[in-house]
Design a protein around this ligand. Structure first.
Ligand SMILES: CC(C)(COP(=O)(O)OP(=O)(O)OC[C@H]1O[C@@H](n2cnc3c(N)ncnc32)[C@H](O)[C@@H]1O)[C@@H](O)C(=O)NCCC(=O)NCCS
Ligand SMILES: Nc1ncnc2c1ncn2[C@@H]1O[C@H](COP(=O)(O)OP(=O)(O)OP(=O)(O)O)[C@@H](O)[C@H]1O
Length: 205
């Protein structure tokens, strides 16, 4: 059975970069943001839920109006909770099915989510890796990448669990602070988990 690695970390920490490195090394990674986008555009239960919560304009020409949903959610903890309750159970089930499909061929698979713990996905993975970068570095990266304002980025950060609490849930921390080399840390992680995997396989025989 594949070992499932969770990859979490706040906005701008570098989860996507770490996930890309894993994929280059042949480890498939379920990118929750991307899959949540796909599911939100296609799932009838989510569509109905979001329309009754936010209004019909939350979909335009059949596609989710992302800026509208973001402005509805971020800055209002109750709204975030309501939206998450509509979307996250469907994402969890989709990941579960995806992981089953990968298991025959893959010793290791990953799931990337900024809000992996908050969304209740921790039980879906065997190990949790937190990608860490200092707050100021994260804000600068997200502003530069998305062309967003600092204020909008801070609103998302406030909607996420703090790094201190996240760290308590994590089995490993990868530091991506623009100073510490990233690739050796990822290689070490994979080497460690691959050894574990061999151990787990041989223990089952
Ligand atoms: C609100 C939405 C429409 C904004 O879309 P947008 O294209 O602007 O952002 P994108 O999806 O690329 O997310 C960028 C980052 O925002 C943060 N973020 C997104 N959703 C959430 C959330 N529910 N809670 C806290 N942070 C979040 C994450 O750091 C994420 O990586 C979109 O993020 C969304 O549909 N969110 C709800 C689904 C969800 O929780 N996705 C995250 C993993 S399941
Ligand atoms: N070590 C690094 N060196 C240079 N640029 C980096 C590094 N790590 C991340 N970045 C850049 O910072 C930005 C944010 O990184 P990334 O998209 O991986 O963050 P993320 O944790 O996935 O964020 P989000 O939660 O918003 O999806 C990207 O533009 C990325 O290219």
């Amino acid at each position: 059975m594949a070992i499932k690695i969770g990859i979490t970390g706040g906005i701008g920490s570098g989860k996507s970069v770490v996930s890309r490195l894993l994929e280059i090394m042949g480890i498939p990674v379920y990118i929750s943001d991307t899959e949540a986008k796909r599911i939100t555009n296609t799932d009838e239960v989510i569509r109905r839920g979001l329309c009754s919560l936010v209004g019909h304009e939350v979909f335009q020409n059949g596609e989710l109006n992302r800026p509208l949903l973001a402005s509805y959610m971020f800055g209002n903890p109750e709204h975030i909770k309501e939206v998450n309750e509509i979307i996250h159970p469907q994402v969890k089930e989709d990941f579960h099915q995806w992981a089953i499909r990968q298991q025959e061929n893959q010793p290791l698979v990953g799931m990337e989510s900024a809000i992996l713990i908050e969304a209740g996905f921790r039980g879906e993975v065997d190990f949790l890796v937190m990608v860490y970068a200092p707050l100021e570095v994260r804000v600068e990266r997200a502003v530069k990448r998305d062309g967003s304002s600092r204020e909008l980025v801070m609103k998302r950060i406030e909607a996420q669990m703090s790094d201190e609490v996240k760290r308590n849930h994590a089995d490993f921390v990868i530091v991506n602070d623009d100073e510490t080399s990233l690739i050796p840390q990822v290689l070490e992680l994979i080497s460690l988990l691959s050894k574990n995997n061999h151990y787990l396989c041989s223990a089952k025989k």
